[in-house]
Each structure stands twice: as structure tokens, then as C-alpha cells.
Design a protein around this ligand. Sequence first.
Ligand code: ATR
Length: 266
Amino acid sequence: MDVFGLLGNPVGHSLSPPMHEAAYDELGFDARYVTFEPAPDDLGAAIEGARALGIAGLNVTIPFKQDALAHVEPDDLAARIGAVNTVDFSGEVPRGYNTDAVGAVRALEHHDVPLSGTAVVVGAGGAGRAVAFGLADEGMTVEIANRTASKADALAEEVSGATGHGLDALGDLLAGADVLVNCTSVGMDEDATPVPADALHGDLAVLDAVYSPIETRLLADAAAAGATTVDGAWMLLYQGVEAFERWTGEDAPVDAMNEALRAGLC
Ligand code: ATR
């Protein structure tokens, strides 16, 4: 039996186990996906121990994504983002990837959103970093807006062609934008949005990385403005799909994984 796992703290409410196990069931894989909560100082030992035990792959989540970088050989994208959320043990050394960036890209592609033109990324934390690098790598011009403008400026210096702004620039930025991604925590379990409703318009595609609730205030405002909306469960789904495909080399059964994820979110 293959064992996959998630390292994080806390991981009790994670939807990754049902999402990945739905994929194993669908494809008839003899595999399990389990969660682990190592102490912060034990992260390196946990990754090394997983390798020694023959665990096939690990996801890594808060608060370990940045620290995990030091314990694996990251690919170029994970190294630039500065965070690893997927570890593959199939080679000589543990390899680290960041599938959050690809998760956002594939979520947009699933909704037929063209990845060209200008993307406004709101937020410059961990999620903002991943999405900014991911969309810039697709060839989009990335504008980063953050409550703390200096953090947006610092991130923009690292991302090819990007520019940093404060949230007060959102009105002007969105007027000419094609894609908007909320990477702040605003709207999570609250009726709030980081983007003024009157800045949204029908030529935008709006992805909210927040998935609780599924329809955030931002997505409701975006739908009312006639924008294409992509909820955060799609991004969560596709980071898992990408991890599954890295580990197994097989196309993931996306519909089965989506169904299990959404059942867990309701
Ligand atoms: P994550 O890893 O999920 O991105 P994070 O690294 O803590 O989490 O980043 C949180 C992001 O949400 C940051 O961009 C933060 O803005 P600051 O850099 O100014 O702190 C943003 N954020 C959190 N609460 C916010 C609020 N009430 N209004 C606007 N932005 C907020």
C-alpha cells in the first residue's frame, strides 16, 4: 500500500484526505492519505522520517511551507516562491514543489479564462507570492495590491514585470485588468471584501483564494457586476490534482476529487 500524508499544524479539518482518497478509490489504487502534526522543531526529522518509512509523498501546509524548503531540493518555481507544499520521495533526494501557484492557474484555465493581459493580485503573503509568480510565468502582467504597500513593492521586485501598490490603487488597476485574484484572508468566515464593489466589471475573471464560505462577498459582488467567478475550492482542488499527478504520474480523476472536496465543504 502507498501512503501519502499532510504535514501541518493544525490539520484536523483538512479536506485533503477525502479529496485524495476519492482519487485512489476512483482509480483503484491501494493507497491511503493521512495527516501528521509534527512539532515545529521536528519538521526536518519528520520529512527525513517519512522518506525512511517509504512514504510516497507529502503535502505541507501552514505553518511549515516556508521552512520545508530547507529540507528538500526545491524546483525553480518553489525556490522563487520560497515555499514548498508538495514533497516527492520517488528520487534519490526529496524533491519539493509548490502546487499552489499551478492550482490558481489551472483553476482559471478550467473556467476558460485566457491567461493573457493584466492580473491584479490582492495580497502579498504566502498565497499572494505563489499566485503572483504563477500568473507571471504564464505571461501575464501582474499588479500586486496589498494593505501594506511596502510588502507589495518588495514582492513585485522579485516577480518579472510586476508592480506593487496599496489597496487604494485598486479602482484604477481594475479598470484595465482581465483577472483579479484575492489572496488576502479578508472574507474568510465573514461578510467582508478587500475590493470595492464598484471597481468590478463584466470583463473581469475573479478568483477568490478564500473558500469558506464558497461564495464570498467578493464573488457575489463580482457575479453582480457580470464578471466570471471562480471560487476558492477550485484552487484548492487543482493544487491537490497537481500534487497527485506529480506523485503518481497519472492524470488525476478531477471530477471525483472535486465531488469529495465539495461534499466536505458543505
Ligand atoms: P497567506 O499565507 O494566506 O497569504 P499571510 O501570509 O498571513 O497569509 O498573508 C495575509 C495577507 O492578507 C496579507 O497580504 C495581508 O496584508 P498585510 O501584508 O498588509 O498584512 C492581508 N490581509 C490580512 N488581513 C487584512 C485586512 N483586514 N485587510 C486587508 N488585507 C489584509
